[in-house]
Design a protein around this ligand. Structure first.
Ligand SMILES: Cc1ncc(COP(=O)(O)O)c(C=O)c1O
Length: 284
């Protein structure tokens, strides 16, 4: 059945998979809600966004994202508030960061309107997929990748934007033992550390694996030049409370993701009268 919701065409699934999910035992990122959003860019413009049943997509073997890495993503969560309403935490900040990542990676940017309205429409449709237990959420994963079927290095002329949603438990279910990484580098000045580019994560897997073999769950990255200033972790920004001052590395460097949780904590801390300072980066 096809219906039209606002300006997003919706094709509903004929069979929901929700009954197959054990909501009392949700690993991170393994299950996906019934629907996804898809929108394609070609001939210099975006087509119409469309919501379709969740499923595989077909791609050409020369798809340029696979070969040259023009691929970015975002991550945010929908949760239920105390009255059971579904709320999403500051999605407009993700929409803005997504555009900035696209610009850095020479990709066609997705308008904030489509990004936000796509999330809203998908969640309205898959509301039942937002888990209710404490610490759980519906993880929202918008992503954009280059789809030129061309082997040659240049910005792609075609792109695909998608949003998929996954009911999840906590990303970390226990305290995280971190290793301060002083050899490998996540991002160097002038590089793409500020962008939420897929390659940043692929490149961090090997040093993370070495850390895991030594008993650490995560790395705390340091600056590329001297490895003596803490920047951020592989999945989180970092803040330290030293002598009642909340200290965090400055976003002026283009090596650190402009984290939304961190920015929000700083705003809340400020409203509580806690002093905060953004240092160039801080010494370990
Ligand atoms: C490298 C990195 N830094 C920081 C963060 C935290 O960002 P946010 O607070 O916007 O989720 C993430 C989130 O995935 C991340 O991957």
């Amino acid at each position: 059945m096809s219906t039209k919701t606002m300006n997003i065409k919706v094709t509903k699934t004929s069979k929901s998979r929700i009954k197959e999910i054990d909501f009392d035992n949700l690993p991170f990122g393994k299950y996906f809600a019934d629907h996804m959003l898809v929108m394609d860019y070609a001939d210099g413009k975006w087509g119409e966004p469309e919501i379709v049943p969740f499923g595989n997509i077909e791609i050409h073997p020369a798809t340029s994202a696979l070969h040259y890495g023009q691929s970015i993503f975002e991550g945010l969560k929908a949760q239920r508030n105390e009255s059971g309403e579904v709320v999403v935490f500051r999605p407009e900040m993700n929409a803005k960061r997504f555009k900035e990542s696209a610009e850095r990676m020479c990709m066609a940017p997705v308008s904030e309107e489509v990004f936000l309205e796509g999330i809203r429409a998908l969640i309205e449709l898959d509301r039942e997929w937002v888990p209710t237990k404490d610490g759980t959420s519906l993880y929202i994963r918008p992503f954009l990748f280059a789809t030129d079927d061309y082997v040659g290095i240049r910005p792609s002329e075609k792109y695909k934007f998608m949003i998929i949603n996954s009911p999840v438990g906590a990303y970390y279910s226990e305290p995280v033992k971190v290793k301060i990484e002083t050899y490998y580098t996540r991002a160097a000045e002038g590089g793409v550390g500020r962008a939420k580019a897929a390659g940043n994560y692929g490149a961090s897997l090997y040093p993370a694996k070495l850390g895991q073999e030594q008993g650490y769950r995560q790395l705390l990255w340091t600056d590329a030049k001297t490895h003596s200033f803490i920047e951020e972790s592989g999945t989180m920004n970092v803040m330290l409370m030293i002598n009642d001052v909340l200290i965090t590395p400055s976003e002026e460097s283009d090596t650190i993701l402009k984290g939304i949780a961190k920015r929000s904590v700083i705003e809340i801390a400020k409203s509580w009268g806690i002093k905060s300072r953004r240092t160039k980066s801080f010494c370990c």
